[in-house]
Ligand binder design. Structure first.
Ligand code: TEU
Ligand code: CA
Length: 559
């Protein structure tokens, strides 16, 4: 399976590179940077949605699944990009967003026009209850998950924005149309999909209320809409009817999936996805008891990261396959969140990269992480673009009269725009992203953190990540080797080995700014163990006692 040996690079097209000066990244911008991506060594590109869309939610609200958003270019530009990617021996995967469409999709336009429309059952409609929505479900973006539609005097369901009505997967015609759309892209030669919110497709038809929670009018009904009753059936159908003749990568975005479910979904022979994005480590720095956990920020514990990672590494070994990620377009920058974006930005970004690339699974690099881009702090809400942040501000400040400074602090810590500011190509005024005015502000630290500077500096994060990717290609143990945790209770050291019949790789990571002296556990002390990679100058052989500096990372090999 080629995708087990791959490293995926995630592109947020709007913010990657603008080729025509309108301030919006585009497909030709991506094509123009393929040399750069090849230099990094990644071999699969994942494009966030590039389809025609009113852009209510960064393109995750699709108006036409088979057309390119004009701001991003033309179908010709797409074909050129795909051909160039393939000519370089690389692959390209797309974003499949089929839990919902845009409210401007022709299906929804027809559906809402009349209760008798042939497309009515493409979406989920219910009459109101006591003058309000049909049940107590909340939308991910705040408020009720239902919007009243006057024309037909019923409510439609939307787990995300009011402009993202949920498709009714119970309807076989919906499924047929989605499969036909997927075949269209497969025939073009795309190499797979990242499947947006794929485990939300099946809802129990009775749409039961979520268990009430004090002080909350609407509740995120994850127990009802995640991993629903017919999900496996739909995904098997998709596999058998659409995917099976093709050798493609599928990665499901699946919040609320346990390692046991993850092993089943990605099982080598019985599974329905190549791999999936689990979410357990994304909640490490949130307060789960809060009504909106994702907007809270609490200190995270290394013991939790070890526990979660170890469970996933062990549960999927020889069963399914992990995807490895610490960041994406929905979460803060990894160095700001799990490392130190001040004095130790460079060593901590290298440490996190070491962690990401030395586990079992397929690593995902989010654009800009390879140069250690950080969170952005805008001072006014008007500078933010993300619907989730804007809705949150509206609800908290305008409706609940909370202190605006406090709400801006949440948005700075946890908001999605942290990851969506333009890519830093150089130190020029708009970071070489555009010659026009960027659609969202550029992080002011681009003068220091940028690709041009990274390529010039032999000690940069970029070259370090390049080395990690190369090591994966030349050391099979990094792909397949069994994972074992060592020093399980150490408060700041995360140490593990990857082992196969030929080699053992030992990874020792100091996840803190404080220097640590640590004795190498007996079980991993082996003769002829040499240093393979480190983010500081370090002795070439494994010593019985290691003195690790702030965020020091070392990778050793015994063969
Ligand atoms: O995200 C779905 C998801 O489960 C969350 O991470 C979501 O972004 C978060 O709860 C909102 O704060 C996917 C996409 O990655 C995201 O960009 C889209 O907004 C969303 O689906 C809807 O398509
Ligand atoms: Ca452009």
């Amino acid at each position: 399976m080629w995708w087990k040996e791959s490293v995926v690079y995630q592109i947020y097209p709007r913010s990657f590179r603008d080729s025509n000066g309108d301030g919006i990244g585009d497909l030709r911008g991506i094509t123009g940077k393929l040399d750069y991506l090849q230099q990094l060594g990644v071999d699969v590109l994942w494009l966030c949605p590039i389809y025609d869309s009113p852009n209510d939610d960064g393109g995750y609200d699709i108006r036409d699944y088979c057309a390119i958003l004009p701001e991003f270019g033309t179908m010709r530009d797409f074909d050129d990009l795909l051909a160039d990617v393939h000519a370089r021996g690389m692959k390209l995967i797309m974003d499949l967003v089929v839990n919902h469409t845009s409210d401007e999709h022709p299906w929804f336009q027809a559906a809402r026009s009349s209760r008798d429309s042939l497309f009515r059952d493409y979406y989920i409609w219910r009459p109101g209850r006591h003058g309000g929505p049909p049940n107590n479900w909340a939308s991910h973006f705040g408020g009720s998950a239902w919007t009243y539609d006057e024309t037909t005097d019923e409510y439609y369901l939307h787990l995300f924005s009011t402009r993202q009505p949920d498709l009714n997967w119970e309807n076989p015609r919906v499924r047929e149309d989605i499969y036909a759309m997927m075949r269209f892209w497969l025939e073009k030669g795309v190499d797979g999909w990242r499947m947006d919110t794929i485990n939300m497709l099946s809802k129990p038809p009775e749409l039961p209320d979520a268990a009430p929670r004090a002080g909350q009018a609407y509740i995120l009904a994850e127990e009802h809409f995640l991993n629903g009753p017919r999900l496996m059936e739909y995904l098997r159908e998709m596999r058998d009817r659409v995917l099976s003749p093709y050798d493609v990568l599928t990665v499901g975005e699946t919040p609320g999936v346990t390692p046991e479910l993850g092993a089943a979904y990605t099982h080598e022979t019985e599974g329905v996805l190549s791999m999936l994005f689990q979410f357990e480590h994304m909640g490490l720095d949130s307060d789960p008891t809060h009504p909106t956990p994702k907007w809270t920020k609490v200190p995270w514990a290394l013991s939790d990261l070890k526990r979660i990672t170890t469970r996933w590494q062990q549960a999927l070994h020889g069963q399914g396959w992990n995807s490895l990620y610490l960041s994406n377009h929905d979460v803060p920058r990894l160095v700001s969140r799990f490392g130190d974006d001040g004095a130790y930005r460079v060593p901590s970004a290298k440490l996190l990269a070491t962690f990401l690339h030395t586990l079992q699974g397929t690593p995902y690099v989010y654009q800009g992480d390879e140069i250690g881009m950080t969170n952005v702090q805008f001072s006014r809400i008007e500078e933010y673009r993300d619907i989730d942040a804007l809705n949150h501000y509206q609800e908290q400040v305008v409706e609940r009269h909370r202190d605006p400074a406090e709400v801006l602090r949440d948005i700075h810590a946890k908001g999605r725009d942290n990851a969506r500011t333009p890519m830093h190509w150089d130190a020029s005024p708009h970071a070489g992203f555009t010659t026009g005015t960027p659609w969202i502000g550029v992080n002011p630290n681009h003068t220091e953190i940028n690709v041009e500077a990274a390529l010039r500096d032999p000690d940069s994060i970029f070259w370090y990540v390049r080395d990690l990717i190369r090591l994966r290609r030349t050391h099979r143990v990094m792909v397949d080797g069994r994972y074992d945790l060592h020093l399980p209770d150490h408060p700041s050291i995360y140490a593990y080995t990857r082992t196969d019949e030929h080699q053992q790789m030992l990874v020792v990571l100091n996840f803190s700014a404080a220097p640590v002296v640590v004795d190498v556990p007996q079980e991993v002390r082996r003769p002829a163990t040499r240093l393979l990679l480190a983010n500081y100058l370090a002795p070439g052989h494994l010593e019985p006692t290691l003195e690790l500096r702030a965020f020091e990372a070392r990778v050793y090999l015994t063969s």
